[in-house]
Write a protein that binds this ligand. Sequence first.
Ligand code: PXP
Length: 253
Amino acid sequence: MPGVPHLRLGVNIDHVATIRNARGGRHPDPVRAAKLAIHAGADGITAHLREDRRHISDDDIARLKAEIDKPLNLEMAATTEMIDIAVRTRPHAACLVPERRAERTTEGGLDAAATRAELGPRIAALRAVGIRVSLFIAADPKQIETAAALGAPVIEIHTGAWCHALSDGDKAVADAEWQRIREGVKLARQLGLEVHAGHGLDYASAETIAALPEIVELNIGHFLVGEAVFTSLPATVKVMRAAMDRGRARVGP
Ligand code: PXP
């Protein structure tokens, strides 16, 4: 449609690393997954280097930066360690997220309003070396206004609460969250921010949110990696069956 920007898909490959780390070896390699995702149409790759390195490792980030030919979006906490890594690695983009050791995933958005004194210099340090900074925040006017005041050029709206309400069938919460997202993205655009969204998206919620023209990028991971199991398991079982049959055929009389 003329005038409506392309909606980019950032594929988050963290949970390929989660599966790899369950055995501690090299398989499945998230960098190989990133290349396949790009081949299939991803506009960029997103990876979260967590303080506890529970999935993506420092080596994964170095290899992603060296080996993929689309933008790398590094999700990270706004800590001194991570800022140093980002400044050294120079990903295309850095998305600043809150991080709590005990959480299973990034449960809420960044409280930019409460942490603006620390965030300001960290955003500036990343921007100074040409990294596009985004803040992962709830669609809350106070957070959106703070992001703009801090000079972050991009925000990523946390869609988790909306997606959870949808999957729980909680229509009242889903409707209220959807309204909050719609109003939030409008405010962000009025303030000149580029708007992304992500967390918990699946086929249906991605289709719904894709209809908001203010949003130019979706970052999606867990659902894609989970769904890939179902779409690809039949093919891998067939390849394994064939390998076993070939081996067995070598048994002499
Ligand atoms: N965007 C951000 C900032 C995130 O922290 C995450 C989760 O790591 C995602 C997007 C992707 O969320 P999901 O894995 O639920 O699709």
